[in-house]
Design a protein around this ligand. Structure first.
Ligand SMILES: [Zn+2]
Length: 574
């Protein structure tokens, strides 16, 4: 191949690939003893108890979620009482509690005193996810989010990195994971800088997706026209639009409900079943900003997505649905200093009237202020967009917050307006550490107070999957595997595209990091998992399948299923 086309692993063409990955068929014995055929996990990022209560008051009727409330989830990470999305979602995906900012890799040494210090072998080690396991069971898999699909929560199911900020790496692993349906934002991490994206490695992952026979769609209408097969729906360069602003700003984007319905329609064609994760990513951001308008619109859309999943599960009767959150955000309360007098009733009008007048998100308000950053300008914009007449003094306060929080100048609207003009309170622009509500339906559903990592184990058990066996099959530490008679090293000649090289008994194999490709004896093949490099420890992890190919000892893959008698730890079954 000519140098002008780049190294072999940057071309990514299927034409090069001699052997496709062999997916093990799910055995009839497993199908008989796994409680569920399908699992759907829906995550309202950053949503705690009072947000649901507020949504119910606002709707004036029960939420779809109300009927399946079964308990609560503990949210802390390995090193923080207050989790960020990365370790919280990693616990749901892998069954292991890890450190803040870590995406489905084992924790650092430093942990909270209530969390056991990790086995040294576990530090920074990639941990297999229920999505990866479902795939190896022959099931279809899907990810739906309203953020970039490389953002922390979706990343936790598809990728393994010790920093959620490494979104180029995350997107690359996601593309090479063979996830059947991916819907969300984040096109900028599919394209190199030359093509208008952010990737520093010069790769064009959109081309890779097309070569891998994905239908790549970028609008609601294109998505709705898809009927089957692999689909990558990438609807925004960065995140998708806030639901409250979507109709005005980006009507070509699908809603979370539409994405969820389409994903289930496509994935449920597989007779072996499917795993799907759906995230209402922006409930969290609305609460960071203390923005009740954005919160309510995105939470209602999440509730509709849950209803779509429940409709399917009620008909199907073999689907476990979990709906939960990774942590709370904003510390929202129904009640604030204006409601301190407990002898005067808070009517529904007092609670709801100010919220009903809010027609746009706080970031959209700030965009409107942009040209006229004066108290009068702020007053006019707030009256127009949120229907509230605020004092000159409060308008100045909003401008002062914009000066203080330069990255989030919109923070001032909710921070200043909610405590003075509504009955809603907020305590922080960050996350909070309380338990979050757990909703569940279907076979294998838990009840009671469930620890975050138990959620991953519950999903795995529902599918009859042993996550520990799966991790040892997908992520073999390479220097151990080739300690006798071999040599493993990382070739960083192409700085942004590190290449693992293995020399073994006169053979050399090459495996690009973040991909599921191996070149050995001049032949390029796909393997059943991605290659992971952990820069913090210098360790390299390869799928066992790749190790066997290099050693020439292919003897079938080890079993990844739970023994028939296995029970889910710590979760009650009903
Ligand atoms: Zn989160």
């Amino acid at each position: 191949m000519g140098e002008s086309r780049g190294a072999w692993y940057r071309v990514g063409g299927l034409l090069l690939i001699a052997a496709a990955v062999t997916i093990l068929p799910s055995s009839p014995a497993l199908a008989a003893r796994a409680p569920a055929k399908n699992v759907i996990v829906l995550i309202a990022d950053g949503c705690s108890h009072e947000q649901y209560t507020l949504a119910r008051w606002f709707k004036g009727a029960p939420l779809a979620l109300d009927g399946i409330r079964v308990g609560a989830v503990k949210t802390h990470s390995a090193d923080s009482v207050i989790a960020d999305s990365a370790p919280a979602a990693s616990a749901f995906a892998t069954g292991v509690r890890t450190s803040n900012t870590f995406v489905s890799v084992g924790p650092r040494d430093v942990t909270l005193s209530v969390v056991p210090r990790p086995d040294p072998e576990l530090r920074y080690r990639p941990l297999a996810t229920v999505l990866e396991g479902a795939k190896l069971l022959g099931k279809s898999t899907g990810i739906v989010a309203t953020s970039r699909v490389s953002h922390a929560t979706p990343a936790a199911y598809m990728a393994h990195v010790a920093s959620r900020n490494r979104e180029d790496d995350i997107m690359e692993q996601a593309v090479y994971q063979h996830v059947d349906v991916v819907f969300g934002g984040g096109k900028r991490h599919l394209l190199g800088k030359r093509d208008g994206g952010k990737r520093a490695d010069g790769e064009n992952l959109l081309d890779v997706l097309k070569e891998r026979r994905y239908q790549v769609v970028e609008t609601r209408d294109e998505m709705l026209r898809c009927k089957a097969g692999r689909i990558f729906g990438i609807f925004a360069m960065s995140h998708m639009e806030a639901e409250i602003d979507r109709q005005d700003c980006t009507p070509q984007q699908p809603t979370l409900e539409e994405m969820t319905r389409k994903a289930i329609e496509i994935l449920s064609k597989n007779p072996r079943g499917f795993f799907l994760m759906v995230e209402a990513s922006q409930v969290d951001w609305a609460c960071h900003v203390n923005d009740p308008a954005h919160l309510l619109s995105d939470l209602f859309m999440y509730d509709r997505a849950v209803e779509v999943a429940l409709d399917f599960a009620r008909r199907d009767r073999k689907t476990l649905v979990l709906a939960l959150s990774d942590h709370g955000t904003g510390g929202m309360t129904i009640g604030n200093r204006t409601t301190s007098a407990t002898d005067s009733p808070i009517t529904m009008e007092i609670l709801l009237e100010p919220l009903k007048r809010m027609r746009v998100s706080a970031p959209a308000l700030w965009n409107r202020v942009a040209d006229d950053k004066t108290a009068e300008g702020v007053q006019r914009v707030v009256k127009d967009g949120w229907g509230i007449e605020i004092s000159t003094e409060d308008a100045h306060r909003i401008l002062a917050v914009a000066e203080r929080d330069k990255d989030f100048p919109e923070n001032g609207f909710g921070e200043v307006i909610c405590p003075a003009y509504t009955a809603i309170g907020w305590t922080t622009h960050g996350h909070v550490g309380g338990d979050v509500p757990l909703h569940a339906f279907g076979p294998g559903r838990p009840a009671g107070l469930v620890d975050g990592p138990e959620i991953g184990k519950i999903c795995a058990a529902a599918l009859g999957l042993d996550l520990a066996k799966l991790t040892s099959r997908l992520f073999v530490e390479a220097s151990n595997a080739f300690a006798k008679g071999g040599r493993v090293f990382l070739d960083q000649t192409d700085g942004h595209n590190p290449l693992v090289k293995v020399e073994f008994k006169g053979k050399t194999a090459e495996l690009p990091v973040n991909k599921n490709l191996i070149k050995v004896g001049g032949v390029v093949s796909e393997v059943e998992g991605v290659v992971v490099y952990a820069p913090d420890t210098g360790k390299i992890y390869l799928p066992l399948q790749a190790v066997q190919m290099i050693k020439g000892t292919v003897k079938g893959m080890p079993d990844i299923t739970l023994p028939a008698a296995a029970k889910v730890v710590g979760a009650a079954h009903r």
